[in-house]
Design a protein around this ligand. Structure first.
Ligand code: FES
Length: 73
């Protein structure tokens, strides 16, 4: 999922979200269970109110799973 040069911009509803942390998911940016058997785990994030989130699509963010603008550098 980290092959983009831009973030995944998603309008999220409130709830617990699991964003992929292993880079193997087939449903980016969400975890689809592909990490099983690897040392990686999804990023679990509680979204408290409906909002737009920017999830890193390049893998360079220092604030994963969120975009920090690193794809622009
Ligand atoms: S599929 Fe990547 S962390 Fe679960």
């Amino acid at each position: 999922m980290y092959e983009q040069k831009k973030p995944y911009v998603i309008e999220e509803e409130p709830g617990i979200k699991q964003y992929c942390g292993c880079n193997k998911t087939k449903k980016p940016p969400y975890c689809d269970g592909s990490h099983k058997g690897s040392p990686f785990k999804p990023f679990k994030v509680e979204i408290k109110e409906k909002k737009t989130v920017n999830i890193c699509g390049c893998g360079k963010s220092q604030n994963l799973p969120f975009c920090d603008g690193s794809h622009l550098k």
